[in-house]
Design a protein around this ligand. Structure first.
Ligand code: 13P
Length: 254
């Protein structure tokens, strides 16, 4: 059975003290809820990783990025090995904000994915189309291309460490969520695309998250879809109450 996951992506929010406090609260409330079937992840800025890890005993910590190179003269970069050395278990790669604001190409992502796997990090790999691509009905082609160019160099064994996050760019931070039917349609397509490359078993075992204005009000409806295995949550992961409602919605849909 594939894992159900609710992951927060804090993006560039919360100073260190605020981040520790939020992680501590989420951790304590998840401990009290004791979900049987949901893995809860918080994706923090790099500087939080080590400290947040210390307060995270029932939640899991993720970075939001890592460098495309292993080590060396790359001022300001943080390598996958450094991320792993904090005790962090996951890394988010290929987020649309990284692709569009920082010029992350498929080729760069192949390098990042390789370094992350070499350092035993699990990867949340983001894909998704912009509005113009959806309006031109190119969204399936775009997502297929992002999957095949960024991930399909991996062996079946390596691919077992990949979680996919479908994040339509037009839904991120806009309050405009994909309908549950739109999410399900794309998640089904992603699973089929994975099955064509790696077979049905791998496809069935791959966790596919939805991201883009997923919140405490719409999470329940999104998670009712058979191919929506959880969420990658931006804004709503910054408020413990909202994030807990989303986690509870996932837990209740087993
Ligand atoms: P919002 O939930 O704020 O729309 O962000 C989604 C996202 O980009 C998560 O990675």
């Amino acid at each position: 059975m594939r894992k159900k996951i609710v992951a927060g992506n804090w993006k560039m929010n919360k100073n260190l003290q605020e981040g520790i406090a939020l992680a501590q609260e989420v951790n304590n409330r998840v401990k009290a809820l004791a979900p049987q079937n949901v893995t809860v992840i918080v994706g923090t800025p790099f500087i939080h990783l080590s400290e947040v890890n210390k307060v995270a005993d029932v939640i899991t910590v993720s970075a939001q990025n890592c460098a495309a190179e292993a080590s060396g003269a790359y001022t300001g970069e943080v390598s996958a090995a450094m991320v792993a050395s904090t005790g962090c278990k996951y890394v988010i790669l290929g987020h649309s904000e990284r692709r569009s604001y920082y010029g992350e190409t498929d080729e760069i992502l192949v390098k990042k994915v390789g370094h992350a796997l070499e350092n035993n990090l699990e990867i949340i790999f983001c894909v998704g189309e912009v509005l113009a691509e959806r309006e031109a009905e190119k969204h399936f082609d775009i997502v297929k291309s992002q999957l095949s160019k960024g991930l399909f160099q991996l062996s079946t064994e390596q691919f077992a460490h990949i979680v996919i996050a479908y994040e339509p760019v037009w839904a991120i931070g806009t309050g405009k969520t994909a309908t549950s039917a739109q999410a399900e349609e794309m998640h089904k397509f992603i699973r089929k695309t994975i099955a064509e490359k790696y077979g049905e078993t791998t496809a069935d075992n791959t966790t596919i998250l939805y991201g883009g204005s997923c919140n405490s009000k719409n999470a329940d409806e999104l998670f009712s879809q058979p191919n929506v295995d959880g969420g990658l949550i931006g804004g709503a992961s910054l408020k413990a109450d909202d994030f807990m409602t989303i986690i509870t919605a996932r837990e209740n849909h087993q």
